[in-house]
Write a protein that binds this ligand. Structure first.
Ligand SMILES: Nc1nc2c(c(=O)[nH]1)N[C@H]1C(S)=C(S)[C@@H](COP(=O)(O)O)O[C@H]1N2
Ligand SMILES: [Mo]
Length: 214
């Protein structure tokens, strides 16, 4: 089961986009920590396309390509040798759960940007994952203080179910923008919509604006 696409879940999520499931239309509550239409969850649900790639650390690499001065391939050792940060953040999933106060450990987006040096034309990022998933964000959304390439959660390695060895965490966007099992990051001058972005999900994905569906 874990190596097959979860066709039923994918079909359901495409239907939710057509039907606008969980779309509250509520105005954001000024002081609320919860974006409109969300509820707090205590566990951490698992959501993906169904195939959960297993990537031994010795085989893991991260490729960073495109419109940057210094394209690179990091091995696990290269990645660990970068300055490490811990960032506490809330996560908001489009299926309406929000998880509070995760402590994410890894390499900050700011550090990656400092190393690769995006060219002036670079405006968008495309993440590709070991399960062939893709998702896109503007460079301006990646270049934020709370964004990182995370390898740990609450002090422990992110497990395979949740996208380990490494996944970006972009707390200010719905969680589908945080690619599990990330394999490459391309810096582009044009926006290239990813897996869910071409299947009815909003390109920008700001939970505070309730940008669930396109
Ligand atoms: N590689 C990959 N990343 C992915 C997905 C996926 O199917 N494959 N699903 C996305 C979606 S829709 C969500 S809600 C979150 C879920 O992450 P979790 O399973 O750790 O909660 O991962 C996102 N990143
Ligand atoms: Mo999702």
């Amino acid at each position: 089961m874990t190596n097959e696409l979860d066709e039923k879940l994918i079909a359901a999520k495409e239907r939710w986009a057509r039907e606008g499931k969980h779309q509250s239309g509520d105005a954001p509550k000024k002081k609320s920590r919860l974006p409109p239409g969300q509820h707090k969850t205590d566990g951490w649900p698992v959501l993906d396309l169904g195939m959960k790639p297993h990537i031994p650390l010795k085989d893991w690499t991260l490729n960073v390509t495109g419109l940057i001065e210094n394209p690179l391939t990091w091995t696990w050792e290269d990645f660990q040798a970068q300055p490490q940060v811990e960032i506490k953040a809330d996560i908001h999933c489009v299926t309406s759960w929000s998880m509070y106060d995760g402590v994410w450990g890894g390499v900050s987006a700011k550090r990656l940007l400092e190393v690769v040096k995006p060219k002036a034309e670079a405006k968008f990022l495309l993440f590709k994952s070991y399960d062939s998933y893709t998702t896109n964000v503007p460079l301006s959304r990646f270049d934020d203080d709370d964004v990182l390439l995370a390898h740990s959660w609450n002090g422990k390695p992110i497990d395979r179910d949740h996208g380990g060895p490494v996944r970006p965490i972009i707390p200010k966007l719905y969680f589908w923008k945080s690619a599990k099992w990330v394999r490459s990051i391309a810096f582009l001058d044009t926006d290239q919509p990813g897996y869910w972005e071409v299947r009815g999900y909003h390109n920008d994905a700001d939970p505070w604006k309730e940008e669930r569906y396109s």
